[in-house]
Design a protein around this ligand. Structure first.
Ligand code: ADP
Ligand code: MG
Length: 454
């Protein structure tokens, strides 16, 4: 076949591929691929992300190969090229590992210090939950060491974007100034390298790398807790950098004041600049994050599916991403369209859809079942000890699990007064405080309530 335009050849291959695959797979994974280079031995396919490349390679490579062979009678080697985000122009900047992985020089066997190319400010969705952390991170990345945010400490629970933001600072500042010495390290790595440097007589080398940084980014400082000697070294590194107007950014899984086992002088230094937290994202931000991920990976998802995931996966962004990937994977493997029923069915086991509100009647039924006391007795006049106890438990659970007022609860128990309900709650609480078996029993009854329908 005569040499021709790669785009044209690829367009013909795509027509062939389209016939051999499901519409969903084709639209999700294949249509957006471009071919930027084609010759008899080599062909380069441009894809929007690393995840995308891996996915296509794993699931569609034989299909692509066979179509290319059919259309061109050639079997070039196929490689993937990850394109940069739209709008930023040019290929994705390749991060130079030696500039961001100083510890490589100490322990060359460890080559996992590379920054994730995905973790940039462009891909970070900003909402109420992370606005301050994002603004401060951007300011610092723009002009390291010159803002009031030194150090900048960002804290949050897991999967909420600390590592992403920290690496975004590294990407951004390196892009702005190539000459900047950026050191990005997890505190675990700092610790391991430090130990290594002691064992191998490389203390000076170690200190030099960290103390010469213009921008030191340390992820997960909570790892330094109870590691006194490493803390000591970190303390000195911190001081040298801070005194020289160098920028320090730290992340932690809790506010500095709660880092028990961290020297007081470090805790106080961590609070010198700005301490910013990241909260769990609200619904709008979760939707925006899902939309952004889908767009980045060149995937079109029905709005209903996005809302469904965003409404039900609320814990953190990592879970949100995991759910999306699982959905895409399943749809692709089973050749199905990603519709709302498909998503609902697939995710029913991992998503705990909000259980319907528990009613007072359901509680009464569950209590009567658990204690084997007829339902009528629970609400009747009787003062038999066992019945009184069960009734009090039911009242307590009604107060704990429904939004009903004391008065309403009393009415549901044979028109009793609200003070009777207060008394019941008090006695149950006392028993909870003093009796572990009773606590377990209450847990069981509470569970039972959820499955009791009235
Ligand atoms: P942490 O370090 O707080 O545990 P990560 O930075 O590892 O969390 O984030 C977990 C995942 O969620 C990463 O893939 C990250 O890209 C993504 N993520 C977190 N927050 C956001 C956000 N605001 N916008 C886009 N992606 C996010
Ligand atoms: Mg992290």
């Amino acid at each position: 076949m005569s040499p021709s335009d790669p785009a044209e050849i690829w367009a013909r291959c795509l027509l062939n591929i389209e016939k051999k695959t499901s519409r969903q797979s084709f639209e999700t994974w294949l249509r957006s691929i471009k071919c930027s280079h084609f010759e008899s031995k080599q062909m380069v396919l441009d894809v929007p992300s690393t995840f995308f490349a891996e996915w296509v390679e794993e699931h569609f490579l034989p299909l692509i190969q066979s179509s290319v062979l059919e259309v061109t009678s050639l079997s070039p080697q196929i490689s993937f090229f990850v394109m940069q985000q739209e709008g930023s122009g040019g290929p994705a900047p390749l991060v130079k590992p030696e500039r961001i992985a100083p510890s490589l020089q100490i322990s060359p066997h460890e080559s996992n210090m590379n920054l994730n190319p995905r973790y940039t400010f462009d891909t970070f969705v900003v909402g109420n939950s992370n606005q301050l952390a994002n603004a401060a991170a951007r300011a610092v990345a723009d002009a390291p060491g010159t803002t009031a945010f030194n150090p900048l400490l960002i804290y949050s629970g897991v999967g909420l974007g600390k590592t992403h933001i920290l690496q975004a600072i590294a990407h951004h500042s390196l892009k702005k100034s190539n000459a900047l010495q950026v050191v990005y390290v997890s505190s675990e790595k700092f610790f391991l390298d430090f130990i290594d440097s002691i064992q191998n007589n490389k203390r000076q080398e170690f200190s030099k790398i960290y103390r010469n940084a213009d921008l030191l980014l340390v992820d997960d400082v909570q790892f330094l807790v109870n590691k006194e000697t490493t803390q000591e070294e970190f303390f000195h590194t911190f001081n040298v950098l801070h005194q020289n107007g160098k920028q320090i950014v730290l992340t932690s899984d809790c506010p500095p004041s709660e880092l028990k086992g961290l020297e007081e002088r470090l805790v106080s230094r961590f609070q010198w600049g700005l301490v910013a937290d990241i909260q769990t994202p609200d619904l709008e931000t979760r939707i925006a994050i899902l939309q952004k991920k889908a767009t980045t990976d060149g995937i079109e998802l029905p709005q209903g599916v996005i809302s469904f995931i965003a409404e039900n996966v609320t814990s953190n962004v990592r879970e949100l991403e995991g759910t999306l990937i699982r959905l895409l994977a399943s749809a692709s493997i089973t050749n199905q369209d990603i519709t709302l029923p498909f998503a609902q069915d697939l995710l029913k086991n991992i998503i705990q859809t909000a259980s319907p509100a528990v009613t007072i009647e359901a509680i009464q039924t569950a209590v009567s079942m658990h204690y084997n006391i007829p339902y009528d007795l629970i609400v009747a006049e009787t003062r038999k000890k066992a019945v009184v106890m069960a009734r009090q438990v039911a009242m307590y659970l009604a107060k704990a699990h429904t939004k009903s007022s004391l008065k309403t609860i009393g009415l549901h128990f044979g028109g009793r007064d609200h003070s009777t309900v207060i008394h019941a709650c008090k006695s149950v609480q006392e028993k909870i405080a003093n009796d572990a078996n009773f606590r377990e029993e209450l847990k069981k009854i509470s569970e039972l309530c959820k499955y009791t329908h009235t």
